[in-house]
Write a protein that binds this ligand. Structure first.
Ligand code: MQW
Length: 267
């Protein structure tokens, strides 16, 4: 966030977790920004997304256990329903009738779940996470949590993201995350994150975004059919490398928000 016009906020999630965030005042429907698993709210400035959306009213929270928000410790307090409650607590705090929610990776899956649970969401964008059921590979998830808990847990993540060509802002974000909490978030995936996301509110505009080269592109188009979602493809060989395009995607979000304000909103 540009330092000049940031307004910190605090609120409490449904289970009592204290959440911190930043508002950058603007115009139009407020946009709640939801970061991914190994991240915090600083990614929005670091990725250039904020500069790409100069006019919107942006609400960027730190999800529980990340950034300045409360460490909750237990995997069952990191289930996707708790992430949904974190986002809804921010919407409650600002009291607007309508919101757009934009999430990246697991934050995108969370954004789709918030839309399903809350009709205040009129538009939801999921950057590089689809809405279909996933097979959680139990050994891989536990191995990943154990690798993260190890003394060099940050290296496990930063080595991986370097290897797969992630942008610096994503590698830097990993280094900021509290490792015991991140291991709990990883194990928290077992609590509800595997099931498909449903559309429960007919009027919502749902947008799924992935890489042209994503081998799982057909899973995203399944969401297009099943949910009546729109699909955006970014010019990138993989979902992780699509993170280099996050600012570009922000510019498209800004265009849609402007169009909506002018009454010619893309539907
Ligand atoms: C390889 C490794 C560094 C990476 N670990 C992460 O990165 C973060 C940090 C630690 C836990 N992490 C997860 O993600 C959980 N671990 C995984 N989950 C898969 C996955 O698909 N996850 C989705 C989100 C999601 C979740 C549940 C249900 C649906 C969607 C996802 O978005 N992953 C992308 C990578 C990609 O799209 O290829 C990223 N997520 C990062 C983030 O959210 O910060 C930024 S990149 C399967 C098994 C669900 C796999 C698996 C090997 C265990 N490990 C990873 O993926």
């Amino acid at each position: 966030m540009q330092q000049r016009d940031l307004e910190p906020f605090e609120t409490t999630s449904a289970d009592g977790a204290r959440l911190h965030g930043m508002r950058r005042p603007g115009t139009g429907t407020p946009v709640v920004l939801v970061h991914g698993v190994a991240m915090d709210r600083r990614i929005w400035a670091d990725s250039g997304f904020l500069d790409a959306v100069p006019d919107a009213d942006l609400l960027a929270l730190d999800l529980r256990g990340r950034g300045a928000s409360e460490r909750v410790g237990l995997p069952q307090r990191h289930g996707i329903d708790r992430h949904v409650e974190d986002v809804r607590a921010v919407m409650d705090l600002f009291g607007h009738p309508e919101y757009t929610v934009f999430g990246v990776y697991f934050g995108g899956r969370t954004a789709l779940r918030v839309a399903a649970d809350d009709s205040r969401v009129t538009r939801a964008y999921s950057f590089c996470a689809h809405a279909e059921e996933v097979e959680l590979p139990d050994d891989a998830v536990e191995q990943e949590a154990a690798a993260i808990e190890a003394p060099d847990g940050h290296r496990y993540l930063t080595d991986h993201f370097h290897r797969v060509g992630a942008p610096d802002w994503m590698v830097d974000a990993c280094r900021r995350v509290d490792l015991p909490e991140l291991a709990a978030v990883t194990r928290g995936l077992w609590h509800g994150s595997a099931r498909a996301v449903q559309r429960r509110n007919p009027g919502q505009d749902l947008v799924l975004i992935t890489a042209e080269g994503d081998p799982e592109r057909d899973v995203f188009t399944a969401g297009e059919r099943r949910l009546g979602a729109r699909i955006w493809l970014v010019d990138s060989p993989t979902r992780v490398r699509a993170a280099h395009r996050l600012a570009e995607v922000g510019a498209r979000v800004a265009t849609e928000a402007a169009g909506q304000a002018a009454g010619t909103g893309a539907r």
